[in-house]
Design a binder for this molecule. Sequence first.
Ligand code: GYE
Length: 320
Amino acid sequence: MRLTRRNLLGAAMAATLVAASPAFAAKPLTIGFSQVGAESEWRTANTASIKDAARKAGVNLKFADAQQRQENQVKAIRSFIAQRVDVIAFSPVVESGWDTVLREAKAAKIPVILTDRAVKVSDPSLFVSFIGSDFVEEGRRAGRWLAEHQKKNPNRGYNIVELQGTVGSAPALDRKAGFLEAIAANPKLKIIRSQTGDFTRAKGKEVMEAFLKSEGKNINVLYAHNDDMAIGAIQAIEEAGLKPGKDILVVSIDGVKGAFEAMMMGKLNVTVECNPLLGPQLIQTAQAVKAGQAVPKRITVNEGVFPAEVAAKEFPNRQY
Ligand code: GYE
């Protein structure tokens, strides 16, 4: 073949096409991700962050919504194993009951990354890394805010009602434990009722209605394990003819926009931040694991506490 300009051009074009064709490009990383559900504003932001980070990194994300049920997560993980994904990631709805399915993933040599919530397993090698917040510390921060508030009114007692998150979930167990620890030394702070509101607005409202029916004006403080339950409960408090944020102090966790709006209206007193934007860290960790690099077993997230006084100033900076 004579090397004419036209031939050269044709060869160059063909080479470019070959390089760009999927058969020759490096195989994209495939991650199977089992999400808890869509129970809260926090979860919506978490899902968006993960999908967005995967898209930006060119990762093939297989996303499954478990609708708050462990059995759906187990099914999703088994299907990811059958599909031979590169990495499995999931946010476990509850802490216990994962040994069997995680052993199956290990036997299939598929690394598992936990995001957001922890698991209790007999063998820590069943997952490579856990990326998420320190929920005990979040509970302590909520308790400390209340203990500080109480110091300003030292003679007053405070009866607290608690709206717990999903039964058996790491954030519900840990946020309860951290809060109790922070108020333990103060006899003026007393939890009089505690029940789950499953992290949703609807349940938060329903359970608060029941608390109000049985305890009425005895209630001085609501401690909610997330903002959505607090927002539902705020409605119940108003419907009972009381002022949330004043007649009943409201303390919650997450720091979603809805909480900042409630603070700006004087209906919520403080929210402890829990950052849902875990997508970029998850994708980076999955890529590192796939490349055979060592990753930290525990990756935490930096977070703050936002009382109502700073809500208006902070609101424009909020990303979720
Ligand atoms: O606080 C709550 C969500 O696991 C940290 O789950 C997460 C919690 C979050 O439903 O709003």
